[in-house]
Design a protein around this ligand. Structure first.
Ligand code: SF4
Ligand code: SF4
Length: 243
């Protein structure tokens, strides 16, 4: 049986729950095909007390997205069948408090689009019903909006929407794959935040006054502010000509 995807509105209820009691517990973490956003990586590496460089070299792989031409980061999956999440254990998710947005959101999928003129984000939600997922047999009812709030997704969506803006900017001004230098700078700034922090505050860039001084100051010690600065830096460095 194929997966079924239906649109659902924020106030609309659906029955679902997931946890150790379901017969398929961990199933979806053993058949992974998952992309990570920059904010996903920030959270997981913080939760594991790793630097972003350590996280990337141990747990991630990078390839170029065929549609956007941008680097895409995903979990480096494990044997035996090559689709196992590096953080799944018999007891559940080892990084549960900081699990990525797609793990939180499932079985709900959020489709966001950004109006180019106003910058306004429009979101639509879909419920993905996959035959292996027994969570839909639950009698626990919640609305889509309650699910999003309960999974702590607000901050993920807010940070991920900043990347959405970069992707649409890239599509407009640099279609096709990035050259090696641009690819390196894009990946370093957004995914290797600790590496980016070293560079941005090194003498060579320390006098760079293009960005809000308050944001620069906050970014010295706060990873979330640093990621916001990284997004602005990528806009300027790679897509500046299109402003
Ligand atoms: S991060 Fe956690 S919830 Fe997400 S796939 Fe891995 S084990 Fe599962
Ligand atoms: S398949 Fe569905 S119910 Fe089973 S663990 Fe995954 S999300 Fe939960």
């Amino acid at each position: 049986m194929d997966a079924d995807m239906v649109e659902i509105f924020p106030g609309q209820p659906f029955a679902f729950s997931c946890g150790p009691a379901v017969s398929c517990f961990n199933h979806c973490c053993r058949d992974l095909n998952q992309f990570l956003t920059p904010y996903d990586i920030l959270r997981v590496k913080q939760g594991l007390s790793l630097s972003s460089g350590e996280f990337l070299s141990r747990y991630a792989s990078v390839h170029d997205g065929p549609e956007t031409g941008l680097p895409v980061v995903s979990f480096r999956t494990r044997a035996p069948d090559g689709h196992l999440c590096p953080f799944v254990t018999e007891l559940g998710c080892r990084v549960y408090e900081d699990r990525p947005s797609s793990c939180r959101s499932y079985p709900l999928m959020r489709l966001a689009s950004r109006n180019r003129e106003t910058g306004r984000i429009t979101e639509r939600f879909f419920l993905l019903k996959e035959p292996h997922c027994r969570g839909f047999e639950s009698s626990r009812i919640q609305t889509a909006g309650q699910w999003i709030a309960g999974q702590g997704l607000a901050v993920y969506n807010e940070m991920n929407d900043r990347i959405l803006e970069l992707i649409s900017l890239k599509k407009r001004c640099r279609p096709g794959p990035l050259d090696m230098a641009a690819r390196h700078r894009f990946t370093m700034a957004l995914y290797d935040l600790d590496g980016f922090r070293k560079q941005i505050f090194e003498p060579i860039l320390a006098g760079d006054d293009r960005f809000d001084p308050g944001l620069r100051q906050a970014a010295k010690s706060d990873d979330v502010e640093l990621l916001k600065l990284a997004v602005e830096w990528v806009k300027e460095e790679l897509f500046q000509a299109q402003y």
